[in-house]
Design a protein around this ligand. Sequence first.
Ligand SMILES: Nc1ncnc2c1ncn2[C@@H]1O[C@H](COP(=O)(O)OP(=O)(O)OP(=O)(O)O)[C@@H](O)[C@H]1O
Length: 579
Amino acid sequence: MIKIARKNLAVIPTIFAVVFLLLQVFCDLYLPTITADLIDKGVINHDLAYIKHEGIMMLLVSLVGLVAAALNTFFASTQAMSVGRKLRKQVFDKVMRFSNKEISELGDSSLITRSTNDVVQVQTVMFQTLRMMLQSPIMMIAAIVLAYHRESKLTMIFLISLPVLAVTVVIVMSQAVPLFRSIQKKTDRINLVFREGLTGVRVIRAFNQDEREQNRFNTVNEDYTETGIKAFTWVAFLFPTMTLILSLTNVAIIWYGAHLIANQTMQVGNLISFLTYAVQILFSFMMLAMVFVFVPRGVASARRINEVLDYEVAVKDPKPSEQLRLTSKAPRLQFDHVNFRYQGAEKLSLNNCDFEVTSGQTLAIIGGTGSGKSTLVNLIERLFDPESGQIKINGMPIKRLSQHDLHTLVSITQQKAVLFAGTIRSNMQFGYPNASDEEIWHVLEVAQARDFVEEAGGLDAIVEQDGANFSGGQRQRLAIARTIIKPASIYIFDDSFSALDFKTDAKLRQALKADSKLKDAVKVIVAQRVSTVADADLILVLEDGELLGKGDHQSLKANNQTYREIIASQIQKGVTTNA
Ligand SMILES: Nc1ncnc2c1ncn2[C@@H]1O[C@H](COP(=O)(O)OP(=O)(O)OP(=O)(O)O)[C@@H](O)[C@H]1O
């Protein structure tokens, strides 16, 4: 929490918040002194001028206290909101640098909770620190000193009431704080189940598993609710108990004070101001107890946020001194004996992968499911680094390029087409912000998407979240258009043609080949169908991470058993058209 405060609180507004707080505390503490004087010197002596003077003074002090409280609240709340804004941005920026590995380790639902709920908890603690947490101890100590100064004998009552209050707070907090901590984890769990239910809603219905999912959600929801009720029951118990102690303390002060007045060892004004100090002391104690409810929750949240911010990302940029600069050489992609294994896996997912493709060439990767095709293309994008071997683009090891430069060189259509809520134009400009309408229509035409985009209403047609208002094949074509609108050296299409019918697949590949912008680039096509890869310059045949064949269609057909088997299986199924 301290780390977050140090990094994110602006100095000047924080100082203002503290200064106004101190001013407010001073005014609050000064008021009982004026009251005592007003009664003891003004009322008892029937001195009207003094009463008037002290009355105006009280009014002024109250007014200053009020303005100071308002200004403290203003600075405390704007600072707390600003800390929240900064933290959300920092978490978002960090998550943008995460690869799948980091996201799956931390969990995407948990990341959402951390950037929303946890940030709100930290924000609340920041506000309360600048408002109450500083105010309560200062007020309490100063009020005890002033009360002692007014009437030392009466202060003895606090020797009983304050320890009783402290014991009550400790008992309640020892029960409530662990419960509040576990609420955070349970929020993650609710988000996870809710999210799975949302994204998998069609599958759940198709398998008639609605009831099972509802029960699963009910279980986590009830667990969360029960924990919340238990935690707040403890808090609910705390406040009436504290109010009772406060009232009993007041009764004791009045009772003992009345005796002292009767014995003429104390004045009435002193008793009244002492009572005000007593309320301030006990009220500050209650506020401090409140802070003890929020602080542990906030600290737990701050820890969860720091865990994200301090998370060591596996793929890092090279040191500036080791970084290579981008050059405008003819594109070339090389895999130099690359081995790759997923974390914790026994087997290599890519074994001794070695090939080279140059400017204008098309590399195709074919193989069964789980053979390592996506792994290979993800390595080009540096979603993860190889265990051994090197990947080079334009002769430069990609590990020595900044990720920004690498992503400038590579443009990819992922296996699952991802579109963003907006319009067709905004989705296309995501690939190339300066793209003109003319350029957008051109790539839509190459990607065989022109017809359905025109039908949908042109470039301003709405794209819903995840592209939900387009079919799987249409989404893929839009994703392909977005990939090729970006100027790059290497274009990767990871199984991007799978949802297209044969005719569209063939037309799209032909248009890609004929496109002048892509002419000199290296094209990498991942596919399951032989017809999609047949006209590539180099075809890699993968099976279980092993590179079983390398060559063009004719040579593989003549010499490679696995490739022949793939062709045979597709002819049997009637899949190939021109193999
Ligand atoms: N994140 C991951 N963690 C661990 N293992 C993984 C991960 N992703 C993939 N694998 C494993 O690596 C192997 C290769 O997977 P990859 O996704 O590259 O296959 P693919 O050829 O693209 O398959 P498909 O055609 O079904 O997409 C598979 O055995 C898979 O189980």
